[in-house]
Design a binder for this molecule. Structure first.
Ligand SMILES: [Mg+2]
Length: 158
């Protein structure tokens, strides 16, 4: 299962008064979430920070949000497990609709939502809102873990 990941408002939050300076802070449980996500899914970036097959701007944003130290190094190693993507018009252009996927994003663009709808995949978008709720990744992790358990153990008919 592929897991597409947004960055701003999904893994990094626009924090309290730092918001005025355009600064970001890591969402709560970020390293734990990345460890879990990259262990159970094929993770792919879907963020306007890097849309040309790279991840340098993404990794720089996390380093800046976390600040220097061991946690930044740990997170950077986890970020390296996420594959880059290419898209130009809208994020969902990078989604491979032939393969099963979920997409974590706080606010997909209209064009992306239209594309999901055309592929009958609207339910594949998992809203995340770490700006409003810094601990939201924990809720998402628990919810996806329950869904994952459902995929792993299909109901056997009598
Ligand atoms: Mg976002």
């Amino acid at each position: 299962m592929r897991l597409y990941l947004d960055v701003d408002g999904t893994l990094l939050r626009r924090s309290g008064h730092a918001r005025l300076r355009g600064d970001l802070a890591p969402a709560d449980h970020l390293p734990e979430f990345l460890e879990w996500a990259t262990s159970h899914f094929d993770c792919v970036w879907l963020t306007s920070r890097d849309r040309d097959g790279g991840a340098a701007a993404i990794r720089a944003a996390f380093r800046q949000a976390i600040g220097p130290g061991d946690e930044a190094d740990r997170v950077d190693r986890l970020l390296a497990r996420v594959a880059p993507s290419n898209w130009h018009r809208c994020k969902a252009d990078a989604i491979d609709f032939a393969a099963p996927f979920l997409w974590l994003d706080d606010a997909p663009e209209e064009d992306s939502l239209d594309l999901l709808e055309r592929h009958a995949a609207t339910d594949r978008w998992v809203p995340v809102a770490v700006d409003r709720n810094p601990g939201d990744l924990r809720r998402v992790m628990e919810m996806l873990e329950r869904r994952r358990a459902g995929w792993a153990a299909p109901v056997v008919q009598g």
